[in-house]
Design a binder for this molecule. Structure first.
Ligand code: S3P
Length: 183
């Protein structure tokens, strides 16, 4: 096995804010005994500023550039489970970089997902009618999430352990040969 092969992520979680990508990702990583990384947290660690501040100071376009570079670097170097920021796959270079990876899209409803993020400081839903904005953005992105994802999982019930079960089941066929190849 080449070192390049060893550094490939086991699985990448994409999808909208409030889908539980990080919670599910952490559970999946724990069960598989691999590391977990959240690209939002990694971006904040590298940049040194919280995401709302980057949006306010540098603007959304610059945030997407910073995000693109972090995500592409993490995809190249992280061998475990990765959760991506919800808007990152809308950047074509990020969507392209996901080709060939196992990419899971946890699907939620607009009401369920919004309930989980409404009290957060996410800049994309700041403004007069955050619920409407959330619903419109989810609808606008759903097609891309389906296209970029290699597997969609129903996460509407909001039980991350159950979603993790499904993810691990879906990955089972792909994980066995990869594990065998390391021995
Ligand atoms: C965003 C989602 C957030 C974060 C930023 C922008 C988006 O990540 O990257 O606020 O455009 O959907 P989560 O999906 O982890 O909330």
């Amino acid at each position: 096995m080449t070192s390049e092969r060893k550094r490939r992520p086991v699985v990448v979680l994409i999808g909208f804010m409030g889908a539980g990508k990080s919670t599910v990702g952490r559970i999946v990583a724990g069960r598989l005994g691999v590391d977990f990384i959240d690209t939002d947290s990694e971006l904040v660690r590298r940049d040194g500023r919280p995401i709302p501040e980057i949006f306010t100071t540098d603007g959304a376009d610059r945030f997407r550039e910073i995000e693109r570079d972090v995500v592409i670097d993490v995809l190249r170097s992280h061998p475990g489970v990765i959760a991506l920021g919800g808007g990152s796959v809308m950047t074509p270079a990020v969507a392209d970089a996901l080709a060939g990876h196992h990419v899971v899209y946890p699907r939620i409803t607009a009401d369920g997902g919004f309930a989980r993020v409404k009290d957060s400081d996410r800049p994309l839903i700041a403004g007069d009618d955050p619920h409407l904005r959330y619903r419109e953005l989810l609808e606008a992105r759903d097609e891309t999430y389906h296209r970029v994802g290699t597997m969609a999982v129903d996460a509407a019930a909001g039980d991350p352990e159950a979603v993790a079960d499904v993810v691990i089941e879906l990955l089972a066929d792909t994980l066995v040969p990869e594990r065998a190849a390391t021995t």
